[in-house]
Design a protein around this ligand. Structure first.
Ligand SMILES: Cc1ncc(COP(=O)(O)O)c(C=O)c1O
Length: 398
């Protein structure tokens, strides 16, 4: 069955690379994935910052089951509504500052970025966006247009015009933000760039320049949201508030869900001139909202129990001062371990799998590997996983 299924996968499903690792997952529970031969793998990336509470958390599964017995799709956006979606919006808003009150649910991070970009144009009447080099915001046309990497864009031009790119953490470039700029789109911690933290005062300087020019500030917290950095959201950690917040990944507790969030006056501009200016069939699907609500409720009470800072120290202690490691970058449970060597990561990821570990690389950093496990990982499991990663690195470097 295993090999037959692999063959069928490659026959019938579109790929994204010529040579994917291809692990056939049979089931997943907690911090482990199991393949169709019953082999166990420690998940050190949580589906790229999605499964923050681990796989198949019983409370999430039972919330989905409960919703399953009521209804699936009915046309949820505005005209026919459901309580689960309303509950998630209300409880999410409870975690956000007053000006981030209106939530527009969509299906993915890319789609939430599209919504946020459109909203910024509609509200300001301006055309230009500022984005950052090595930023990743998704693969749809709009999100691709604000991606900070030419390699992934070249083949798909022409894209949406009007974006200027700055270097993250360079305050001298912020004068590029002018009264023509509709929005600045930034990840408070750059993810696919290889976990680049904002330098002290940088996000404040971006905020200030946006205020001076009447520009909207959009934070893409698709990767950093829901406890990943140790706080519920990274903007709380760095104490800078955006005008529009973009969420996805962990928002849906393992089901597809994205959101862009803003104030009532900004969001209301999508309801007229044109009416139905941004619509979605499945956005805020009842099952996704049920899973997201269960996940949010657990995170709301249990985040401190996960001892994120203590676990971050474990990662730092294990990888720092090792001859094969050039730099350890990260915060919370969002880390890049920089080997300083390009070209070994494919081998490293495959060898990790062989050794029973799931890890990954970054789109814009060819010498680092990713550590973003479920926040529920125990200190013992994390220590084991990190040591095994080091051992794996030694094996592929030998
Ligand atoms: C920071 C960031 N923004 C947006 C996206 C796009 O999200 P999605 O893959 O759900 O479309 C991603 C995906 O990795 C991301 O990391």
């Amino acid at each position: 069955m295993g090999e037959e299924s692999t063959q069928q996968y490659f026959t019938f499903l579109a790929g994204t690379t010529k040579n994917p690792v291809h692990l056939h997952v049979d089931r997943a529970k907690g911090v482990y994935l199991y393949d169709n031969k019953g082999r166990r793998y420690l998940d050190m990336i949580a589906g790229i910052s999605v499964n923050n509470l681990g796989h198949n958390h019983p409370a999430i599964v039972s919330a989905v089951r409960e919703q399953l017995d009521k209804f699936l799709h009915v046309m949820v956006y505005g005209d026919l509504t459901g309580q689960t979606q309303v509950d998630l919006a209300r409880e999410l808003a409870g975690h956000l500052p007053g000006k981030l009150r209106k939530i527009y649910f969509v299906n993915s991070g890319s789609e939430a970025i599209e919504g946020a970009l459109k909203l910024s144009r509609r509200f300001t009447g301006r055309h230009e966006w500022i984005a950052f080099r090595k930023a990743y915001h998704g693969s749809t046309m709009g999100a691709l247009s604000v991606m900070g990497g030419e390699y992934f864009k070249r083949a798909f031009r022409p894209l949406v015009p009007g974006t200027r790119f700055l270097d993250f953490n360079d305050p001298d470039q912020l004068n590029a933000i002018t009264d023509k700029t509709a929005a600045v789109l930034v990840e408070p911690v750059q993810g696919e760039a290889g976990i680049i933290l904002p330098e002290k005062g940088y996000l404040e300087a971006v905020r200030q320049r946006c205020d001076e020019t009447g520009t909207l500030l959009i934070f893409d917290e698709v990767q950093t949201g829901f406890g990943r950095t140790g706080e519920m959201f990274a903007f709380q950690k760095y104490k800078v508030q955006p005008d529009i917040l973009v969420l996805a990944k962990a928002l849906g507790g393992g089901l597809p869900l994205g959101a862009f969030i803003s104030s009532s006056p900004i969001m209301e501009t999508l309801t007229y001139n044109p009416e139905l200016g941004h619509i979605t069939t499945f956005g805020g699907h009842p099952l996704s909202c049920a899973a997201g609500l269960a996940s949010l409720r657990i995170l709301s009470t249990e985040l401190p129990v996960f001892q994120i800072a203590k676990k971050a120290k474990i990662i730092r202690d294990i990888f720092s001062n090792h001859p094969l490691i050039k730099e350890v970058r990260g915060t919370g449970l969002l880390f890049a371990i920089d080997t300083g060597t390009s070209g070994i990561l494919d081998k490293f990821v495959r060898r990790s799998l062989h050794n029973g570990l799931i890890t990954d690389f970054f789109l814009f950093d060819d010498s680092s590997f990713r550590i973003s496990p479920p926040l529920t990982i125990s200190e013992e499991e994390l220590t084991f996983g990190c040591r095994l990663m080091l051992q794996t690195l030694e094996e592929v470097s030998a």
